[in-house]
Structures are given as C-alpha cells and as structure tokens.
Design a protein around this ligand. Sequence first.
Ligand SMILES: *Cc1c(COP(=O)(O)O)cnc(C)c1O
Length: 476
Amino acid sequence: MHYISTRGQSPAQSFSQILLGGLAPDGGLYLPETYPVFTDADLSAMRGMSYHDLAFAVLSRFVTDIPAEDLRDIIKRTYRAEVYCHTRSDEKADDITPLRTLAPNLHILGLSNGPTLAFKDMAMQLLGNLFEYVLGKAGQGINILGATSGDTGSSAEYAMRGKKGVKVFMLSPYQKMSAFQTAQMFSLPDENIFNIAVRGVFDDCQDMVKAVSNDHAYKAAHQIGAVNSINWARVAAQVVYYFKGYFAATKANTEQVSFCVPSGNFGNVCAGHIARMMGLPIKHLVVATNENDVLDEFFRTGVYRPRGSANTYHTSSPSMDISKASNFERFIYDLMGRDAEQIRVLWGEVDKGGAFDLSQSPAFKAVTEQFGFQSGVSTHADRLNTIRKVWNDYGVMIDTHTADGVKVAWERREADVPMIVLETAQPAKFAESIREALHQEPSRPKGMEHLEALPQRFEVMDASVDAIKAYITQHI
Ligand SMILES: *Cc1c(COP(=O)(O)O)cnc(C)c1O
C-alpha cells in the first residue's frame, strides 16, 4: 500500500515513511492510493472479532511495511482493557468501545474510556506505540512540538510518556485551561514530557509552533515533529471503531446504520467516510457542529468558507471551536474524483484565506446522494437541553460535545436505520457545563478523584519563538 498526496505533486510513500510527518511536501494530505474493500465474507469473519483482532484486520490493509506479527503485537498492546479502563460501572472494559442503547435504533458508541477521557486516545495510544517501534528500528529520535487548548495535548502526552526516542514539548496558554485539563497534563512525572505554559492565548502557542516549523534548518537539526490531526495513522486508527460500532448495532451485513459525529477538524468523520469507502454499510454520515458551523454551511450550501480566529466563537464544546477543518481536503479529493489539479485550484483559494463554492458543480449533489453526508448545528442551549434530556430520560450523563452529536442525531434519525452517535469525551472533563445543566458534579473515574491535588511540573514562558527554541535546544 502506498500513499499519495491530495495535491498530486509529491512522490508516493509507504506507511512508515509518512508516519512521523505532517503535510506532504506539496502542501497536500496523504491518502491511500486506493481504498482496500471488504467483501461480505470479510465482514462476516470480522463480525465476532475482539477489538484488537478487528483493528489488525483493518489496519493490516493500510500498514504493509511493518511485519504482520510486529503490527499485531503493537495493536494488542494498545487496545487493552487496562488502557481503556475508565468504563462506566455497567460496561465491559474489554469491549474497548462499548455501545450503549438509549432508545430503539439510537445508540452511543463510547470512545472516551482511555487515559485522558476523550476519543483522541483511540488513535493517539496507537501512534505512541507505532512511533516507538519505527524510531527504534531506524535508531532515530523525535521531538514533538505541539500547541493545545486541552484535549489534544493531554492525549499526546499520555500516548508518548515514557516512550523511547520521543520527547514532547507541549505549549498551552498559561492559566487558561480548565483545572482538570491542566492537572491532567502538568501532573505527569515522565522525564520526556515538557509542559510549557505560555503567557498568552492559544493562538500565541500555535504561532510559536508554526514559526519553529517554518524554520526548516532548526527543524531538521533538532528532529522536530508533530502529531496533529492530519496525521494519516490517526485517521486510519479511527476507521476501526466504525466497524466495531456497526457490528455492535446490527445482526447481519444486509443492515445499514448511520453515524452522527461531533466534528471540528473533520478527522473523526473522515475516518467514517473511509470506512464507508471500504464497504461498511453506512447509510448516512451526519456531521454535527457547534456554533462554529463552517462544515454545516458547506453541507447545506456547497460553500466552504473557513473563518479566522476573530470569527471563531469560544463555546461550551471547546474542542470543536474550529473554523478551518484541516482534514476536509481528504474528503473533497475523493468527491472531485481524486483530481489533484482541482484540489490545487480549490485550496489555492483556501490557503490565501478565501473560500470555494461547489453549489453549481455536479459534485455537490454527490455529497449526499453518493457519499451519504448530512449535517446539523447545535448551540449552547441545545447542549444543556440535550444533557438534561439524556440524563432524565435514560439516566446517562453525556458531555457537551457528545450532546451536540445527540441533538443533531435526533433531528436526522430515521425510524428503521440505527443511528450511532460517537461519544467524544466524558462529562468529567467539562464539569462546569454539567453543573449548569444538571446542578450536580459529574462523577470522576476511579483514580482521578484527586487529580488536581497532585504535584505539577511546568515551565512558564513568554510568547517568544527564541525562548522556545532555546528551551528545546537545552532539553534534547
Ligand atoms: C477533537 C475533538 C472533537 C472534534 O474531532 P475532529 O476529529 O477534530 O472533528 C470533538 N469532541 C472532542 C471532545 C474532541 O476532543
């Protein structure tokens, strides 16, 4: 299996070659040159599999340059009940992604039982083990530099902690994350994890990372890498749980399901699109956004118009406060018949801060009719109402992001097609909104009751590119 760029001007690469990188050299995103397709007989064989066997069945089609027994071992070490242990009392931990039925044909797929209580652990834990393996084979090291406002940073740190050959330098805005998120990151004792609290806002952190990445000489000399949401291995790892959710909600491969996905960077739902291309019987992929509705605007009107940070709202589902969906290019590439020339034209506009309009193109009809996409928006009031309704009617506490998904799922549900909402975080991470909706504290998973009381390790720094470069140079 080889990987090609959506912009068509980079050489094809193997999985291991693109694992540690980000964008292709031509500015595009990597995708498999063709999607592997599972037959009905394949699906029947996969139906009863454990999570790790299913993950191997899917990922071994994408990862063809790691010996099968090594890949199987990496996957088995990743998808264990001990890693995805923060299940509710009525869930089985070795399900890894338990399916909870709220009402007939309305389910929630639990994806946030990993170490940081958000779905990003589903892919990031695998990435940590893959990085260690590939770097070990090559006798190399990597220094991951990232910026976070919460979920991504903690997920990356918990995935990379203690990994040989890997150091993580994670910038976050000083005193601007929730107490829980801060404690999650800053309490890690591992020597390869460096928390840097920047006097500024998230955008200042992001700008520092961009400045270092654009200094190609510094980047190469210091082995600087990233683990952002465009990383292909993260998308590939997310494909697996669409299969798992499908099998859990159906009895035969003749049945279809729909998925509703709380979305920001389009990474999670992009994996759903790929699962569908691989032959999984998915009827609709419903994209749920919050007030930052740039994706909903596209699915309604055909116009993709990313917005700047001045027009990005701070909401109570903060991990979806994104106005430029970095994985969207992957879907549009498939939509345009994999015509890289057209992608260069469309993203020529986007990269200049502009927009594109497909409303008059035959491709726009295909978005729903051929590719099954739908969308919807959820607001702060919708989140609170949905959290209350799910709690009162079903006794299940959900977080604000999952609530965005449930709200839109209700609107889009069809009587005879199971709808599976992807749960993207646990309510304990967003206690303030739970208090607002339910006037009570969300329960904390075992072992996390006193997280904020643990000693914290972090360095406070001005928003200075020279300061972060000097800090990295000194600590590698
Ligand atoms: C990252 C995140 C999302 C958005 O996922 P994308 O793949 O960026 O669309 C939604 N909810 C939570 C809790 C997240 O951490």
